[in-house]
Design a protein around this ligand. Sequence first.
Ligand code: PEP
Ligand code: MG
Length: 523
Amino acid sequence: MSEPSLTLRGIASAPGVAIGPAHVLVRRAVVGGRRRVPAAERAAERARLEAAVATTEAALEQSATSLGDDEASGIARALLISQRAILRDPQLVAPTIRAIEEGGLGAERALERSLRALEQRFARLGNVAFRELWRDVEGLGAALLAQLREGEQRLLGVDPGDILVAGAVTVRDVIDLVSAGAAGLVLEEGSLTSHVAVLCRSAGLPAVTGVEGALRAIKDEAPLRIDGDAGVVQRVDAADVAPPAEPPPVPAAALDAARGDENLCLRANLDLDLDAGRARAHGASGVGLWRTFYLYLGRSKLPEEAELEAIFRSVLADFAPEPVAVRLLDLSGPFADHELPIALRGLPDCRGVRLLRHRPNVIQSQLRALVRAAPAGALRILVPFVSEVDELRQIRGLLAEIAAAEGLPIPAVGAMIEVPSALLQLDALAALADFFAIGSNDLGALLLARSRDDPSATRGLPPALRTAIAMIVEAGARHDVPVSLCGEIASDPSLTHELIELGLRELSMTPRLLPAVRFAARS
Ligand code: PEP
Ligand code: MG
């Protein structure tokens, strides 16, 4: 007897049609790694664990030395030192090595076993203070596991062609899905402006989010058809399904007609794909937003300054003479803590430029790398999540010092306008900014006091956001400060005319969505 038909509706979060078996992620496989390791490979497995311990220890050391001299940094340093002590404790690593060598377990599973044994011992101590201490051990265990998993492709256990069905996933999970060759994504949570949806669109992974009850309704391995343009998920009869059609190409004539339109400048938002050739092929003129947090994701150590400089330099050179707006690190997830470098884990309220308060060295290191890379192209530095004028002033001050020390010019600096308090300080911000970039994803959500991941948020331009955009455009015009928009509404062709009517002439979006916006602008 054939299964009853099933149709679920959600948000059309990333275009494209995908057909494939459902891979239902009810409970995340937290451990991963190999179940059994043959005797001949155990020495290598032990070495893998020891390398992970060494890297984690080095990262803790790096974090401790990167802290400032104030009281809070002193406490943080003490905590990091105590974490290093835990790492060296014979009750953690030694039994793990034994479980690998004698028990033949994979390093992840051996570590998990040692952690569980320690957890039980802590629980027996029965004291609240010890329970808190256990949190430190647990956090360290997660860091070690993350280190072991670095480079591991199949975190979610997805096979090529699968459609992952889950409650929520992290941005890092989407990267893993793409590299595992998954066909699509269905989520119970998530909205159009979620970073997960943003990344799916940029990676070309069809996605339907906000699908209520998906986990209950969809059985593992059920053949699914998802339509990321219509927001529909269906269980299908595998035999009946034709392969998904290629999306219709945007007429070349429309692209050519729009190129060189001096009234509208369309730029690329960059995340994982930093390829200038591909962005240009979609018609992008330079970069309006480079989300640099991808350079930090999935590694336990912070990138070295020289590595950052080399990446910045190469992207700037590839896009030259077009400008590239590099956004300073904005920890804007969703991330699992262990997906971030240890120095960035567990930080309170650290969106955007606020990171300067907690990890000044991370921002300074980005700024130095940027100043040094700047001669390679047309750099613009974008300061995210500005909520106080002073934040922009501080970045300007740091840049002036760095540029003077390096004997190099100070690059252009812009403010992202994405926090409502910035709307109330536009004149003062304009006096300090070389340009404004409207972050409508955050601004829209914060103006309406809702999460940007809220699936009930509707498509379109809420009146408050419309008014805010008009205010920013007017302030820009008053002070001769150019204004661009790089939130997801920039890539919605049904809004292009409205945005142009509001006075915007520069829109930045994920490159593959750009032709449709150009087409809309011209039609
Ligand atoms: C925004 O907030 O609109 C934006 C462009 O930045 P992000 O989506 O990375 O927060
Ligand atoms: Mg933002």
